[in-house]
Design a protein around this ligand. Structure first.
Ligand code: SF4
Ligand code: F3S
Ligand code: FES
Length: 246
């Protein structure tokens, strides 16, 4: 493979209503990832190309995009896995700022609305936790806030305005707080009544897309849905959990 043909979405919101894909030809270097190719275009061909990235190590979650229409991290996707014709576009679930850069600011509003960590009363310093109690919520801490799970979710992509669903990333965060061994709240009622968890129909696309392989649906969304049902319909659980729930 000598050259790579790369079609990149370009749009200047001030001058163009609709964007378009522009094809660039760049020299292939062994081991190259999509972000290398996009940065080659930015540095050597057209410096006005807007692209967001930071770590180039799949840790910061900045370089999320749609590569051949699949939500992916540009720094984690090798060119040789894609063939020699590659399409790179912005995430579609978020408003476009320019080219490959989208406005993911709505996530910070959702983060602020999820009830924060509330330690159990009477905890003495230092707080102690058993390793076995930490395991469950530990997997959620791997989240790098790339928002690819939000981008792939059909509820977020197609029905965001009507549903007000917070999206899978925020279900992961709420579950990580709910399963924290020293937290004293249940957020299931909040997720059911305000964060729209009922709109998730368990397609598991978010789980399959997550670059950190977090079992989003199996370990966060389904348990939270089950608790929400308990609080709503089970009178005993309602007495026990409902008192503390938000
Ligand atoms: Fe990204 Fe996975 Fe976190 Fe979603 S849960 S924001 S896909 S790391
Ligand atoms: Fe969306 Fe994941 Fe549910 S993709 S519908 S949040 S299982
Ligand atoms: Fe940080 Fe890709 S540049 S995750």
């Amino acid at each position: 493979m000598k050259d790579v043909k790369l079609s990149i979405f370009r749009q200047d919101p001030e001058t163009e209503k609709e964007g378009r894909f522009v094809e660039y030809t760049i020299p292939y270097v062994e081991g190259m990832v999509v972000l290398d190719a996009v940065r080659y275009v930015e540095e050597k061909i057209d410096t006005t190309l807007a692209v967001r990235w930071n770590c180039k190590a799949a840790h910061c979650g900045s370089c999320s995009a749609e590569i051949n229409d699949k939500p992916s991290l540009m720094c984690k996707t090798r060119i040789e896995t894609l063939g020699d014709r590659i399409k790179v576009g912005p995430m579609k679930a978020y408003p476009l700022i320019k080219d490959l850069v989208t406005d993911v600011g709505s996530n910070w509003k959702s983060v602020r609305r999820v009830p924060a960590f509330k330690p159990k009363e009477g905890l003495k310093d230092p707080w102690r936790m058993q390793q076995v109690d930490i395991e469950r919520s530990k997997e959620f801490k791997r989240c790098i806030e790339c928002f690819l799970c939000q981008d792939v979710c059909h509820v977020m992509r197609e029905h965001y305005e009507e549903t007000d669903y917070f999206g899978p990333r925020h279900m992961v965060r709420a579950a990580s707080l709910d399963m924290h061994p020293l937290d004293d709240l249940s957020r299931s009622r909040f997720l059911n009544e305000e964060a729209g968890i009922g709109y998730c129909n368990i397609t598991k696309c978010c789980q399959e897309t997550c670059p950190e392989h977090i079992p989003i649906t199996d370990d966060a969304i389904i348990p939270e849905k089950e608790r929400a049902v308990d609080i709503t319909y089970d009178p005993i659980a309602r007495l026990i959990i409902g008192r503390k729930s938000k």
